[in-house]
Write a protein that binds this ligand. Sequence first.
Ligand SMILES: Nc1ncnc2c1ncn2[C@@H]1O[C@H](COP(=O)(O)OP(=O)(O)O)[C@@H](O)[C@H]1O
Ligand SMILES: [Mg+2]
Length: 400
Amino acid sequence: MELTKKQNELYRCFLVEKPKILVAAGAKRAGKTHIFILSFLTHIAQFEGQGLSFIIGGATQASIKRNVLDEMELLLGKELKLSKSNAIEVFGNKVYCFDGANADSWKKARGFTAAGALLNEGTALHDSFVKEVISRCSYNGSRILIDTNPENPVHRVKTDYIDKDGQRLANGRLNIKAFHFSLFDNTFLDPEYVESIVASTPSGMFMDRDIHGLWVSAEGVIYKDFNQSIHFITSVEAETVNFTKYYAGVDWGYEHHGSIVVIGEDDKENAYLLEEHAKQHEEIDYWVDVAKRIKERYGNIFFYCDSARPEHVKRFKRERLKAVNGRKEIVAGIEEVGRSFKRNELFIVEDNVSRFKEEIYMYVWNETTGLPVKQWDDVMDALRYAIYTHNYRKIISGRR
Ligand SMILES: Nc1ncnc2c1ncn2[C@@H]1O[C@H](COP(=O)(O)OP(=O)(O)O)[C@@H](O)[C@H]1O
Ligand SMILES: [Mg+2]
């Protein structure tokens, strides 16, 4: 099998230096998981027919399937059937698949004796799960492989493993080795595809992390690619757009502004923020009224809502509004909105917004938490729920 230069370096280290913990950290699509699947299979093959246990950890069973098992099937040339206990049979051994995103996920690995583990997307796993899996790998010759995208530089995956790159055990054996990957390391990707990914990655933190694979903290204004001379249009201009779909985003608020935004989509999948409703100190009756009038103007459209107030979502439903919980993954949602600005696929009807004009420049990262500062975020949240939830299927299936 052909490998990239970086994958070859890593594989050589895996075979020759045999570090106990090997980390591949860096950009998305850089070829990290691919080389780890190969390494993991090489490792399991050494114990052929011994009926030992191995672990694959990922955020969810679905992400394990998507990121690891599908590609493993291609490499092995056979279908991998999960047993009732979420295990697969590989070279006469059992490989258990554990979802490790939650605070109590570590309990799944408790009591295990494993001869190796592959941990996919390390920063999406709970720290206690990562540590439990490592401590369960007590069989002689066990190896642990962790692939990860970068996050805040204070993340435990970085401070506990990557920053200890080169650490040796008392007997001289290499304990931890870390490799850095950038998108440009994956020479198997079509150059046009790489160019289009770079062109659509939001500037700042997302470019540094997703493309260059760097552990940088989030800082400054969140939507760095917003440019009013490009992204503001007038309502007169909006009248010439051929809209094919409408939907809305809802962020509940009382002391903070409550907010509903209406989005129109055209036949080229560009999105337009057509209406902004943002108000402080209004009760749910007021918002029902706003939403009903939106329904009169645009039809029976989806309202993608903040799920933090289920009673409000229920009330909308009782009022025959098509309200559903929006997807709330903050950083992923921001990345999608940022990508839409970067690609000039999201426009704002300037004369229909006021709060937006302030928030877009006041919406900033909290450098310590790596999340937005919870201020000047009300219209931003409604916009994010709308855009991210609407595009979610396309994003997950790689069509965006
Ligand atoms: N050596 C290789 N040969 C062929 N295709 C590869 C190779 N390495 C990676 N790829 C492909 O590139 C894409 C991204 O690789 P992947 O390992 O999933 O990246 P990452 O885990 O860094 O996000 C996948 O479609 C994968 O199959
Ligand atoms: Mg991967």
